[in-house]
Design a protein around this ligand. Structure first.
Ligand code: MG
Length: 386
C-alpha cells in the first residue's frame, strides 16, 4: 500500500482534529493534501504549518488571512464556499474525510463519490437528506463509503464479510444523551450549559443538543437505512448508557455480532482510513472490570418525541428528511442562542415537518428546495413565537 493522500473537509472541528491525530501516527501511510475550515483560520494556520498540505480552503476572510500568513509556502489557497467540489475530485486525492457539519457537505460529498474516491463521512446531514442519491452515485462510480460515525462504523464492521440476505436487523445503540435520567417535567428549566454536558462523548454543540433530544439517533436511523440499504423495520434503537457497544447486527439464526470499544472517535476514524487493515491505535484498551456492567433500555418515545418524529420521517422518505434536518438545525441554533426553550425545539420541528408537502420522487433540486423552504419556514415560526 502506497501513501494514501487525504483531504479533510472541516479539519478544525472535533472530528477533523481527531483525524489529524490519527494521521500523525502513520506518517508512512498517509499524506494530508488538503485541509479546509470555515472560520477557525488561526487553528487552520497551525495545522498548515504542521502538515504542509498542497491545498487549503477557508471563507473569504480566512483566505485573506492565510494569504498574508502562509502565502509564501507552496500552497493553493481556495474558497470554502466555491472550491470544495473541485478539491475533492483532484487526481491526487485518495480519501476524503467529511468532517464538516451541515448540508453544505452535500455538494463536495457528491463530487467525491462521482470521482470514485474513498469517502469517510462523519457528516450526517448529507446522508440524511440525500442518502439515496449519494449511494446510487457511489455505486455507479465505484466510490467506497466507509462511515466514521461510531454507530455506522460499528454496523459496517459487524456486516463485513456477511451475506446481506442473512441479516435480520441492526441494533443501533444510543447512550441516551444528557437527559436520560432527567424527568421530562424539568426539561424547560435546563440551561444550555446543562444540555451541553454530555456524559459519554465530547462533541460539537449542535450534535450534543441533538443527542439530548435523541434527534441525533433519529438521524442515525435514517443514515443507517441508506448506508446499509435496510428497511426502517430492520433498525431497532437500544439505549445502552455505558456506550461501549457501538451497535450490533442480528442475523437470521438469532446470532448477534457487536462492535465494542472505548468511546473515542479516533477508533472509527482510524478504521475508515486504514480499512480493511487494522493497525495499533495506541489508545487505552476497553477494561470490562472497570465498566462492570452493561445496561439496556427501550427508548422512551413519549419523553423523547423527536425520535418518534424522525422514525416517521424515515418511513415517509422523499424530501421529508431534508425538511427535518433543516428545521432541526434552525431550531437548535435558536435554542443555543437562548431564543427558544428546550422543548420548543421539538414543537417547532414537528410543525414544520407537518406543513411540508412531501415529494417522494426526490431529485437533488427538490431536496435543496425543501431545505431552503424549511429554513425560511422555521425562522418565520420562531420569529412569530417571540
Ligand atoms: Mg453517533
Amino acid at each position: 500500500m502506497g501513501l494514501k493522500k487525504v483531504v479533510i473537509l472541516g479539519s478544525t472541528g472535533s472530528i477533523g482534529i481527531s483525524t489529524l491525530k490519527v494521521i500523525e501516527r502513520f506518517p508512512d501511510k498517509f499524506k494530508v493534501v488538503g485541509l479546509t475550515a470555515y472560520n477557525n483560520f488561526k487553528l487552520l494556520e497551525r495545522q498548515i504549518k504542521k502538515f504542509s498540505p498542497a491545498y487549503v480552503a477557508a471563507n473569504a476572510k480566512g483566505v485573506a488571512y492565510l494569504k498574508g500568513n502562509v502565502g509564501g509556502r507552496r500552497i493553493r489557497i481556495l474558497n470554502v464556499e466555491e472550491d470544495l467540489e473541485g478539491l475533492v475530485a483532484l487526481r491526487s486525492v485518495d480519501i476524503v474525510v467529511i468532517a464538516m457539519r451541515g448540508s453544505a457537505a452535500l455538494r463536495p460529498f457528491l463530487s467525491a463519490v462521482r470521482a470514485g474516491k474513498i469517502v469517510a463521512p462523519a457528516n450526517k446531514e448529507a446522508l440524511v437528506i440525500a442518502g439515496d442519491i449519494l449511494m446510487k452515485e457511489a455505486k455507479r462510480h465505484k466510490a467506497m463509503i466507509i462511515p466514521v460515525d461510531s454507530e455506522q462504523s460499528a454496523i459496517f464492521q459487524c456486516l463485513e464479510g456477511r451475506n446481506r440476505s442473512e441479516l435480520k436487523k441492526v441494533l443501533l445503540t444510543a447512550s441516551g444523551g444528557a437527559l436520560l435520567n432527567v424527568p421530562k417535567s424539568r426539561f424547560d428549566r435546563l440551561s444550555v450549559g446543562q444540555i451541553l454536558d454530555h456524559p459519554r462523548w465530547k462533541m460539537g454543540k449542535k450534535i450534543t443538543v441533538d443527542s439530548a433530544t435523541l434527534m441525533n439517533k433519529g438521524f442515525e436511523i435514517i443514515e443507517a437505512k441508506v448506508l446499509f440499504q435496510l428497511s426502517m423495520d430492520q433498525i431497532q434503537v437500544v439505549i445502552h448508557p455505558e456506550a461501549i457497544i457501538h451497535s450490533m447486527a442480528e442475523f437470521k439464526d438469532g446470532s448477534i455480532i457487536a462492535q465494542l470499544s472505548i468511546t473515542d472517535m479516533r477508533l472509527p476514524i482510524q478504521y475508515a482510513l486504514t480499512y480493511p487493515e487494522r493497525l495499533e491505535s495506541g489508545l487505552k484498551p476497553t477494561n470490562f472490570f472497570e465498566v462492570g456492567q452493561f445496561n439496556f433500555r427501550k427508548p422512551d418515545l413519549k419523553k423523547f418525541p423527536s425520535l418518534a418524529l424522525a422514525i416517521h420521517v424515515g418511513h415517509c422518505g422523499g424530501t421529508l428528511p431534508s425538511v427535518l434536518n433543516a428545521a432541526d438545525e434552525i431550531a437548535v441554533d435558536a435554542f443555543l442562542n437562548k431564543r427558544i426553550k428546550f422543548s420548543d425545539i421539538f414543537r417547532i420541528v414537528e410543525k414544520i415537518v407537518c406543513r411540508h408537502k412531501v415529494t417522494t420522487d426526490s431529485t437533488l433540486k427538490k431536496i435543496l428546495e425543501a431545505d431552503r423552504w424549511a429554513r425560511q419556514e422555521t425562522e418565520g415560526l420562531i420569529r412569530e413565537r417571540l
